[in-house]
Design a binder for this molecule. Structure first.
Ligand code: PMP
Length: 362
C-alpha cells in the first residue's frame, strides 16, 4: 500500500483514503458504462443522477430545509466574493461585512467594486485574534445583506456561534469549515464554499441559496455570474466540473458512513485538542495565535520564539513525514489544517513530534 504523508495542507487538502481508493477503482470504468465518469456527457442520465444524488446527500447531511437550492458552480470562493454583490447589492443599499481577517477582507474588497459597503464589526484592532461579538449588532433597514467568514483559514479563528440578523439576509463564507460541524441552516440566506478543504478536490464551489434570494435580481450581469441561471438549470447551464462533483459525492458518502456531522465535530474537536494541548502545555515554547475562545478546529495557528526556530521546525517536520505546517506566507508562523479527512493518528503524531522537538530545542 502507498505510504501516505501526515497531510496538514490548508487546501487543497487531505482527502479520505477510502474515497481515493473508490475513485481509483472507478477511474477507468464507472458503473459498467465502459468509460470514466470524466469521459461522459454532462447531459447523460448517469451524470444527471450523480448531480441529483450529490445535492440530496448535501441536503440530508447538512440538514438543509425545504426552500433552499444546492448549486455546483466554478470559480472558487473568490468568484463568490464578486457574484454576491453583483447579484444582491442594489443601488441605494449597503452591503455589511464583518472583518475578521484575510478572507473577510478579500470578500469586502470585491464588494467595494460594485456598490456601498460598511464594515459593521471588525477584529482588526485585536490583530484578528478574535471574532467580534455580534450579539448587539444593529443593521440598518438599508442593509442588502450581512457577510461573515465562518472560519479564517489564514489566521485560524472560527465563529463559535452565528449572529441573528432578523430579516437581513445572512451570507456566510464556509470555505474552510463546511460540514465540519452541525449548523442551523435556517439562519442563513446563503452559504458558500470551495470544495478543496472539507468537500473534495478544487474545481467545484458549493452554493446553498434560499430560494427567495432568487427573486428580483439584476439582469445586466454576465450570464455565468447569475445565480438565477444556475438555479433554473439545476447547475447544468454549462459544462459542470463533472469529476469534482463526483469526488464531492464520494466524500459526502464517506461522511455519512462515518457518522455524519455530529461525529465529524466530535472527531475534529478531539484532533484539534491534541494539538492545542501540545501548544498550551509547552510552557511558552509554542504559543497559539488566536484567543482560545475563538480558536478554529480546522486551522490551528501557532508561533515559536523566532523565525529561525520556526524554519527548523518546518524542515524537521518534513523530514518526519509531515506536510503543510508552514503558516500562510502573508502571516508567517505555523499552521496545522485538520479538516475532516485528516486522521486522528496524524494529529497524535504531530502532537508527539511537537513535544519531541521541544525537548531537543529548549
Ligand atoms: N474563503 C476562505 C475562507 C478560504 O479559505 C479561501 C481559500 N483558501 C477562499 C475563500 C478562496 O477560495 P478559492 O481559492 O476557492 O477561490
Amino acid at each position: 500500500m502507498a505510504k501516505r504523508a501526515y497531510n496538514f495542507n490548508a487546501g487543497p487538502a487531505a482527502l479520505p483514503l477510502e474515497v481515493l481508493q473508490k475513485a481509483q477503482e472507478q477511474l477507468v470504468e464507472y458503473q459498467g458504462i465502459g468509460m470514466s465518469i470524466m469521459e461522459i456527457s454532462h447531459r447523460s442520465s448517469q451524470y444527471e443522477q450523480l448531480n441529483e444524488e450529490t445535492q440530496s446527500l448535501m441536503k440530508e447531511l447538512f440538514g438543509i430545509p425545504d426552500g433552499y437550492k444546492v448549486l455546483f458552480l466554478q470559480g472558487g470562493g473568490s468568484t463568490q466574493f464578486a457574484m454576491i454583490p453583483m447579484n444582491f447589492l442594489k443601488a441605494g443599499k449597503t452591503a455589511a461585512y464583518v472583518h475578521t481577517g484575510s478572507w473577510a477582507d478579500k470578500a469586502l474588497k470585491e464588494a467595494k467594486l460594485f456598490g456601498e459597503t460598511a464594515v459593521v464589526a471588525s477584529s482588526e484592532a485585536d490583530k484578528f485574534t478574535k471574532i467580534p461579538d455580534l450579539s448587539g449588532l444593529q443593521l440598518g433597514e438599508n442593509t442588502a445583506y450581512l457577510h461573515i467568514t465562518s472560519n479564517e483559514t489564514i489566521e485560524g479563528s472560527q465563529y463559535q456561534q452565528y449572529p441573528d440578523t432578523g430579516s437581513v439576509p445572512l451570507i456566510v463564507d464556509m470555505s474552510s469549515d463546511i460540514l465540519s460541524r452541525p449548523v442551523d441552516i435556517s439562519k442563513f440566506a446563503m452559504i458558500y464554499a470551495g470544495a478543496q478543504k472539507n468537500l473534495g478536490p478544487s474545481g467545484v464551489t458549493v452554493v446553498i441559496l434560499r430560494e427567495d434570494m432568487l427573486e428580483d435580481l439584476p439582469k445586466n450581469i454576465p450570464t455565468m455570474l447569475k445565480y438565477e441561471i444556475h438555479a433554473k438549470n439545476n447547475s447544468l447551464y454549462n459544462t459542470p466540473p463533472v469529476y469534482s462533483v463526483y469526488m464531492v459525492n464520494l466524500v459526502l458518502k464517506w461522511i455519512k458512513e462515518n457518522g455524519g456531522l455530529e461525529a465529524m465535530e466530535r472527531r475534529n474537536r478531539e484532533k484539534a485538542d491534541l494539538i492545542y494541548q501540545a501548544i498550551d502545555g509547552s510552557g511558552g515554547f509554542y504559543s497559539g495565535v488566536v484567543d482560545p475562545a475563538y480558536r478554529s478546529i480546522m486551522n490551528i495557528t501557532f508561533r515559536m520564539k523566532d523565525e529561525e526556530l520556526e524554519k527548523k521546525f518546518v524542515k524537521e517536520s518534513e523530514a518526519n513525514g509531515f506536510v503543510g505546517l508552514k503558516g500562510h506566507r502573508s502571516v508567517g508562523g505555523l499552521r496545522a489544517s485538520t479538516y475532516n479527512a485528516v486522521p486522528y493518528e496524524a494529529c497524535k503524531a504531530l502532537a508527539e513530534f511537537m513535544a519531541d522537538f521541544q525537548k531537543r530545542n529548549s
